[in-house]
Write a protein that binds this ligand. Structure first.
Ligand code: NAP
Length: 337
């Protein structure tokens, strides 16, 4: 069995360019004992992949130059060495940017296509949805009537954060890039207020949309959005620091002045809680997240939006678009029917 795969050809400086990737077709070995041969149906593209392209210190090891780009996948089982998995079964795995993979059966999760579309296992019912759930409820702890603000709010993390905030009785303010996304926040996802971070008067709009200040700021982006949020934070505000996508392609620190003393004095004066997290640290909440999210989904209280791009050949361009806000919802590459 051959696989066509996209490997990391070189490490990017700044925005990943086409030449940082290479497509090649190679022979797959196996499956050996405890392994399955899989055909990739859908590949998840996520912002964290930018971090894996770099060898700077991080919470996870980088993809090595020449290795297949990493990524979660929904795949069809072609061959299995364990009766628990049969050919034709659909599984969630971590096959990466390729058409076929050989994976350890112990790391695969069998999906039931009759309960929800299988692509949701990469988004609202998968890692991004779980990230939103744990970060918001464990660190953000929104209370009834409080104001929760989140950016990248049409994406799988942000949209889920806003909707869970509403389910918990809080007021949700969503921030996104461009009028189309802003309309979706209001009309489809049901945010109480929706703002465009690219608007020249964004900081004023945020002040108007948060008349009682901000109790929870779910940090997905950093950059100028964080600057506008800071003065609006209430005493005892909680800030789950989930992602900083505005900085992922930075090659150096921004020019001064040094605003760290301003930030630390605000943390002190307003008794703020800033707490970074990586989703995997909340694995022990899986037993509560999956049933809760599935129920909210079936009740129509949790909606999702997917941006499905056809073909592995389009993965690089789609990934570059993710880092500049071109995606409209959870970005997924469809590799096979
Ligand atoms: P996503 O929202 O589908 O895609 C990223 C979005 O970020 C873009 O569509 C764009 O939305 C926004 N963006 C890009 N550049 C920006 C900039 N310079 N300033 C402001 N916004 C910008 O992605 P996602 O999968 O839901 O992830 C959202 C965040 O959560 C990311 O930072 C990601 O790294 C983080 N995350 C963290 C964990 C964890 O374990 N801590 C797990 C999953 C995800 P707009 O067009 O609306 O600006």
């Amino acid at each position: 069995m051959k696989t066509t795969r996209i490997v990391l050809a070189s490490r990017p400086t700044g925005m990943p360019e086409d030449e940082n990737f290479r497509t090649e077709t190679v022979e797959l070995e196996g499956p050996g004992p405890g392994q399955a041969l899989l055909q990739t149906l859908y590949l998840s593209l996520d912002p964290y992949m930018r971090g894996r392209m770099s060898d700077a210190p991080s919470y996870a090891p980088p993809v090595e130059v020449g290795e297949t780009m990493c990524g979660a996948t929904v795949s069809r089982v072609l061959e299995s060495t364990d009766p628990a998995l049969q050919p034709g079964d659909i599984v969630l795995g971590y096959g990466g940017w390729q058409t076929h993979s050989v994976e350890a059966i112990g790391y695969l999760r069998k999906l039931d296509p009759s309960t929800a579309p299988v692509t949701t296992a990469l988004g609202v019912l998968g890692m991004p949805g779980f990230t939103a759930y744990s970060g918001l409820l464990t660190i953000g702890r929104p209370q009834e009537g409080e104001t929760v603000v989140v950016a990248a709010a049409t994406g799988p993390v942000g949209a889920t954060v806003g909707q869970i905030a509403k389910i918990k009785g809080a007021r949700a303010v969503g921030i996104a890039g461009g009028p189309k996304k802003v309309a979706l926040l209001r009309d489809y996802f049901g945010f109480d207020a929706a703002l465009d971070h690219r608007a020249p008067d964004f900081a004023d709009q945020l002040a108007a949309a948060t008349p009682d200040g901000i109790d929870v700021y779910f940090e997905n982006v950093g950059g100028p959005v964080f600057d506008a949020v800071l003065p609006r934070l209430n005493k005892f505000a909680r800030i789950p620091v989930c992602g900083l996508i505005a900085n992922y392609n930075d090659t150096e620190l921004p020019p001064g002045p040094d605003r760290l003393p301003l930030l630390t004095s605000l943390i002190l004066r307003k008794s703020l809680t800033l707490r970074g997290f990586i989703q995997t640290e909340f694995q022990n909440q899986a037993g509560e997240f999956y049933p809760a999210a599935a129920e909210w989904l079936s009740e129509g209280r949790l909606k999702y939006l997917e941006d499905i791009v056809e073909g592995l050949d389009n993965a690089v361009e789609a990934f570059q678009g993710l880092l500049t806000g071109k995606n409209l919802g959870k970005l997924v590459i469809k590799i096979a029917d």
